[in-house]
Design a binder for this molecule. Structure first.
Ligand SMILES: NC(=O)c1ccc[n+]([C@@H]2O[C@H](COP(=O)([O-])OP(=O)(O)OC[C@H]3O[C@@H](n4cnc5c(N)ncnc54)[C@H](OP(=O)(O)O)[C@@H]3O)[C@@H](O)[C@H]2O)c1
Length: 235
């Protein structure tokens, strides 16, 4: 396996050539996991954080682990640097962060993987969201961005584990009809992770079910001591 960034990027789909991926909240497990896989595939990645120092620290670790081009910045710097910007922060901070970055994110493809869930002794449960879903809240707060929902149920544990050669899951990609090209792009992005297939999953008004499904997957993981994913059949 090559670790030469130039050779790695040669195997990327043409749609992702010269594409930088930024990850807001990239210091957490989900952001780090996605960043690791994208950097391994040869994409330049910028880790975002509320603290530029924390982002740089995470970026340094990922760059040395993957041999890829990973840098760090505060969330605003990362948002400015990314062509595709992944939102990987907890639901609690979602609205405020996106509201503060609306100008910087204008014109960009913003990929929301946030699951509005609560946790108690019985496990995970679905929170009510005024806009319908985290993805719809993002679309409402970012009228000048192209908001796509994806990566909701891919396991951070699997993404972060260098011994997991293939992450066995489909990634449902949601977006409005007029954003077909951006959905295709994010399906391509999902597909650079070995084992993963990006599948179109409908419009944002149906993002609620996909975000909520993660509560069921968490219950499955507890019962079966697993990091379960999903597969769509017959397509
Ligand atoms: N973990 C998974 O397996 C998984 C799978 C699919 C989807 N997701 C979704 O991905 C998102 C991130 O998950 P995670 O497990 O990585 O979460 P996390 O560790 O709780 O948070 C990720 C990062 O967000 C930043 N952050 C924390 N609170 C914030 C706030 N109030 N405002 C802005 N930034 C804040 C922190 O970075 P700084 O302190 O450096 O800013 C933190 O490292 C969640 O919404 C989750 O639903 C997670």
């Amino acid at each position: 396996m090559t670790t030469d960034p130039e050779e790695m990027s040669m195997s990327l789909p043409a749609s992702l050539a010269a594409t930088t991926v930024a990850v807001l909240g990239g210091t957490g497990p989900q952001g780090r996991g996605l960043a690791r896989r994208f950097a391994t595939a040869g994409l330049p990645v910028v880790i975002g954080s509320r603290s530029a120092d924390r982002a740089e620290e995470t970026a340094k670790t990922l760059a040395s682990a993957t041999g890829g081009d990973v840098t760090g910045a505060d969330n605003e710097g990362a948002a400015a640097a990314g062509d595709i910007v992944i939102v990987a922060v907890p639901w609690d901070g979602h609205g405020d962060l996106l509201r503060s970055l609306a100008g910087t994110l204008a014109g960009k493809v913003v990929v929301d993987c946030v699951n509005p869930l609560g946790f108690d002794k019985q496990g995970a449960f679905v929170l009510e969201v005024e806009e319908g879903s985290a993805a719809e809240q993002a679309a409402a707060l970012l009228p000048d961005s192209t908001v796509i929902g994806a990566f909701h149920s891919v396991s951070a544990v699997k993404l972060e584990d260098p011994d997991v050669a293939e992450v066995d899951t489909d990634v449902l990609v949601l977006g409005e009809g007029e954003n077909r090209e951006a959905c295709d792009l994010v399906q391509d992005l999902a597909g650079v992770i070995p084992g993963v297939r990006g599948v179109y999953g409908g419009r944002l008004r149906n993002a609620h079910q996909i975000e909520s499904l993660t509560a069921n997957l968490i219950a499955i993981n507890r019962r079966y001591k697993a990091h379960a994913g999903i597969r769509i059949t017959d397509i």
